[in-house]
Ligand binder design. Structure first.
Ligand SMILES: [Zn+2]
Length: 92
């Protein structure tokens, strides 16, 4: 199992790649690299798009919905910065 401690601590500058809105709560894929996990911000989506455009309608998205990466990470904005909140799915 991968934990939040394995992810980069730097806050993310998250814009939803589907609707262009600044992400308050959403999802982003992370991939394992030689330097540890890195976020793939081109996969970032807000909750609304994640649940309607990416995931099966009415369901939270899963990693397989993105067709890339090793982890799906829940992100939430806290004190103005978007930060990882939970690892919700990982490549099995
Ligand atoms: Zn969106």
């Amino acid at each position: 199992m991968v934990s939040l401690a394995d992810l980069p601590e730097a806050p993310l500058d998250g814009t939803c790649t589907h609707c262009g809105a600044s992400i308050t709560r959403g999802y982003v894929v992370a991939s394992e690299t030689a330097e540890g996990y890195a976020f793939e911000m081109e996969t970032a989506v807000c909750d609304t798009c994640g649940w309607t455009d990416v995931g099966a309608t009415g369901c939270a998205p899963t990693l397989s919905d993105f067709e890339t990466g090793d982890l799906l990470v829940r992100v939430e904005r806290d004190e103005g910065a978007l930060r990882p909140a939970a690892v919700t799915d990982e490549r099995s």
